[in-house]
Design a protein around this ligand. Structure first.
Ligand SMILES: *[C@@H]1O[C@H](CO)[C@@H](O)[C@H](O)[C@H]1NC(C)=O
Length: 422
């Protein structure tokens, strides 16, 4: 969500004259920084899609298309084994499924590169890594009969992502690997969709070995950036207004933003401070943040989402509940059989859950994490990241994410699964 703010910030800085601003800022960029980035071949990473990006760094990658029961065509990316360790093709490995946050994609897990991106780290540790893509993002912008230009394509929130997309992708990973169970790792909305899945379909508990929830989002009683919280009481009105004026999709992946990011946020640009300011406003001002990587990240986020995904979070902020999407009262009756949208029954969650939260993460206030833990039916362990300034996006991009979070996640996963050195 806060990426929305960030990108609006960057947009505001950059939209006026897309042609002239770039030549203007070119002059301001110190050429040594440019060469630095080009020298590392990093700038190119902004425009590569996930499979090319993974291949570029010498890792095996596979691409799968799966069709949901409501005809969305989703793309999954897989890194079946490591490059330096655990690199025998075809060997038996525990499967891990990873689910990205709102406005993001499978790129979240690889954009920082080998040794830093969690997908690469897990492949080296001996896991068979499957990356999901929710309906509506740049890799899953396809449907058997609906076109993304049609409003009907965008009539979903993270309720459908959790209830339909995630189980479909999990079943596909299990079928392809011949396994009964897998590990799940989610970030932000990727955790919301997990909680939705198990609340509505408890039979999926048996398919989950462990869940590591990075920045878990369910209750938003105290969580969320101020701007979004301020808009929350109006989320139904805003959603209807958006629909009325034909805004069904928010922030699709765009070349213009990528180029704006490259120009405005790269090292040496005098405007990098403005990028910092935009990030500060949305809480992306961590000392853990490596500014050099902004241009690369802006090539991959935003990756597109439905306006309804935002509206659904807004509804939950307002109601202080974790409930299904509120349509109109009439439509609620038709869909749910009740006037109000029903609450998600978190007591159905029995798979072991590990909730990793950070003190400076404005999306996961400790009171909300505690409330989530209280309502989860099985065992849910709360783990506080041992760095006070760690925030929402540091889980993906933090300079020390590996030592502060990932090593712990791997220890937890290996406590369920024996992996032999290879
Ligand atoms: C920031 O990212 C660049 C490019 O990947 C890298 O060379 C540099 O070491 C990173 N800085 C830190 C502090 O990790």
């Amino acid at each position: 969500m806060s990426r929305l703010g960030l990108l609006m910030g960057c947009c505001l800085l950059g939209i006026a004259e897309p042609k002239t601003f770039s030549s203007y800022f070119d002059d301001q960029i110190q050429s040594n920084h440019l060469q630095d980035l080009h020298g590392h071949g990093l700038i190119e990473d902004a425009s590569l899609k996930v499979p090319e990006l993974v291949r570029k760094y010498g890792y095996p990658v596979e691409v799968y298309e799966v069709t949901t029961r409501d005809d969305y065509i989703l793309t999954m990316h897989r890194i079946p084994h490591g490059k330096d360790r655990h690199n025998t093709a075809g060997a038996q490995r525990p499967v891990v499924f990873m689910m990205h946050g709102i406005l993001s994609s499978s790129a979240d897990w690889v954009v920082m590169g080998p040794g830093k991106g969690l997908a690469y780290i897990l492949a080296e540790e001996g896991f068979d890594v499957w990356l999901g893509n929710a309906r509506g993002n740049r890799y899953s912008r396809s449907h058997r009969s609906l076109d993304p230009d049609e409003a009907g394509f965008w009539e979903f929130s993270w309720d459908e992502i959790g209830n339909i997309d995630v189980p479909t992708m999990i079943d596909h990973a299990l079928a392809q690997t011949g396994k009964q169970q897998l590990h799940y790792i989610g970030h932000s909305q990727g955790t919301t969709s997990f909680f939705v899945m198990l609340s509505l379909q408890p039979q999926y508990n048996y398919k989950i070995i462990s869940m590591n929830a990075l920045a878990p989002v369910a209750y938003m009683t105290h969580s969320g950036p101020i701007l979004l919280r301020a808009a929350a009481p109006f989320s139904n009105i805003l959603n209807r207004l958006f629909t009325l004026i034909g805004i069904n999709e928010v922030l699709p992946n765009s070349r213009m933003l990528r180029e704006a990011g490259e120009q405005l946020c790269r090292d040496g640009a005098t405007t990098q401070d403005l990028c910092d300011l935009a990030m500060f406003i949305v809480g992306w001002n961590s000392e853990q943040f490596n500014k050099t990587m902004v241009p690369v990240q802006l090539g991959h986020i935003p990756a597109g989402a439905s306006a309804r995904q935002l509206a659904h979070y807004g509804q939950n902020m307002r109601s202080k509940q974790f409930s299904r999407f509120h349509h109109s009262y009439l439509k609620n009756i038709l869909i749910y059989g009740t006037i109000e949208a029903p609450l998600y029954d978190l007591s159905n969650i029995r798979a072991p859950v590990h909730l990793h939260y950070a003190a400076a993460d404005i999306f996961t206030h400790i009171d909300d994490v505690n409330k989530l833990q209280f309502h989860i039916g099985g065992s849910a362990q709360i783990i506080r990241v041992p760095l006070e300034s760690f925030n929402h996006f540091d889980f993906l991009w933090g300079i020390d994410a590996k030592t502060l979070v990932y090593d712990k996640v791997i220890d937890i996963m290996k406590s369920y699964d024996q992996i032999h050195e290879a």
